[in-house]
Design a binder for this molecule. Structure first.
Ligand SMILES: *Cc1c(COP(=O)(O)O)cnc(C)c1O
Length: 431
């Protein structure tokens, strides 16, 4: 596969943009590779500047669900652009999208739009602190909620339950208000709540997507919700990936939980910059100008992004049967792939839900951070590179979800399965 033009562009980019990229994972560093440059995208495929075709399992990290450049969506956007790209004033689309989201998520009574998922989680946390007049936050190790200061935190050393900064530029004084618990280990939540009384909220991805896909086990989410309720801690569900992906009403619908605040993003903008946070009326009434928790945005509720979001959500609402189909296709693919892994004796484990899955190079099941972190990253690097030269683009890191769209159909499953056979056969001889 010739990638000369991409290589030339990357050389240029690294002199202009840090590591050549506008978001770190795009640099392909964890797989020791250089990125390709996309010229256009259609359906389930990306085409780079050298005219290589890639079957896309990144799908803009979950923002794309109809497939790239969906014709109906493109037409909706075209008319939106002709009506002006930004007003900084009210427009009817804001009501349309709020109605769609509130109807899909019974836990949301009032909703505000932002321009990114990060802004949504940042605002949700400020709101929780403003509403409860408390400062502490509980998050789960391995969950990602955007690049919010208070959430770029890792577990403290030893027995300390408070967090320390996981990024330069995050003050220790801020990080220490974040307590890090373990997903699928309810006793770690219990312990933090027992030891600290100043906790405003617990934020979680109800299905982990940012350590690879990890599903909640048993009654874990119900138990988390119950503990929060008993202790006056607001439960924030970060459904920026899972919202409208795992089913129309998000993971909270599947697991029957009722969070106080929900964060959304990605799919709800149809590929444009967007985010949203919403929840119980009595809590959301603390947001300015109703209440004293300040939150704002020049491009919040941007009319083009909103028109794209409304088109996408209406399409999904009117074709809910497509979620079952997406789920069945992933299940089918998982069965094929696991058979191939067995055939070549490759330790491989797949976690899957509707709309996303992760294949882990792991000997056992992956149901928490430790198990995911223990995966064979060198094997993933080889897998990534060989898949890429087969024309299949998986995320350039073991710890990401592979994202499918409505355009990942039988042909795409066949192509993927055939490539797995080829790549695993080659890897087996290298092991
Ligand atoms: C992507 C993501 C975010 C951040 O959204 P951005 O639009 O990238 O700021 C937050 N939470 C989760 C679960 C995400 O996957």
């Amino acid at each position: 596969m010739n990638r000369d033009k991409s290589e030339a562009l990357f050389k240029k980019a690294i002199n202009l943009i840090p590591a050549g990229v506008n978001s770190p994972v795009r640099a392909f560093r964890s797989v020791n590779e250089n990125p390709f440059y996309v010229k256009r995208a259609k359906g389930a495929y990306l085409y780079d500047v050298d005219e290589n075709e890639y079957l896309d399992y990144v799908s803009s990290w979950g923002a794309i669900i109809l497939g790239h450049a969906d014709e109906g969506l493109v037409n909706a956007i075209k008319t939106a652009v002709e009506d002006g790209t930004s007003y900084g004033a009210c427009h009817p689309g804001e009501i349309d999208i709020a109605e769609l989201i509130i109807e899909a998520f019974p836990s949301i009574e009032l909703l505000r739009l932002t321009s990114s998922g990060t802004e949504a989680t940042m605002s949700a946390i400020r709101l929780a602190r403003g509403f409860t007049k408390k400062q502490g936050i509980i998050k789960f190790r391995g969950c990602y909620h955007g690049h919010v200061d208070s959430l770029l935190v890792k577990a403290g050393s030893g027995l300390a339950t408070f967090g320390t900064p996981d990024s330069g530029g995050v003050p220790e004084d801020l990080a220490k208000h974040t307590y890090v618990a373990e997903f699928n280990h309810i006793e770690t939540v219990k312990r933090i709540i027992r030891e600290h009384k100043d906790i405003a909220c617990l934020i979680m991805e109800p299905i982990m997507g940012n350590m690879g896909v990890i599903l909640p086990e048993g009654d874990f989410l119900k138990d988390v919700q119950e503990m929060c309720q008993q202790s006056g801690i607001l439960l924030i569900c970060d459904e920026v990936i899972t919202g409208f992906r795992v089913t129309y009403g998000g993971a909270q619908h599947i697991y029957n939980i009722d969070p106080d605040i929900t964060c959304l993003g990605k799919i709800i903008g149809g590929g444009f910059a967007i985010g949203a946070f919403g929840g119980k009326r009595r809590i959301m009434e603390s947001v300015a100008p109703l209440g004293d928790t300040y939150q704002a945005g020049t491009l919040s509720g941007n009319p083009v992004a909103v028109r794209a979001g409304v088109y996408t959500l209406r399409y999904l609402r009117d074709h809910k049967e497509l979620y079952d189909l997406m789920g069945q296709r992933i299940e089918l693919m998982r069965d094929y792939i696991l058979k191939i892994a067995k055939k070549y004796d490759i330790p491989y484990y797949i976690n899957a839900t509707t709309g996303m899955f992760t294949g882990f190079f792991s000997t056992g099941s992956v149901n928490d951070y430790e198990a995911a972190a223990a995966c064979n990253r060198k094997a993933y690097e080889r897998f990534f590179k060989q898949m890429l030269s087969e024309g299949i683009f998986f995320a350039p890191s073991q710890f990401e979800a592979s994202i499918v769209t409505l355009c990942h159909k039988e042909r795409e499953i066949s192509k993927t399965v055939d490539s797995y056979d080829k790549v695993f056969r080659a890897m087996a001889s290298q092991l």
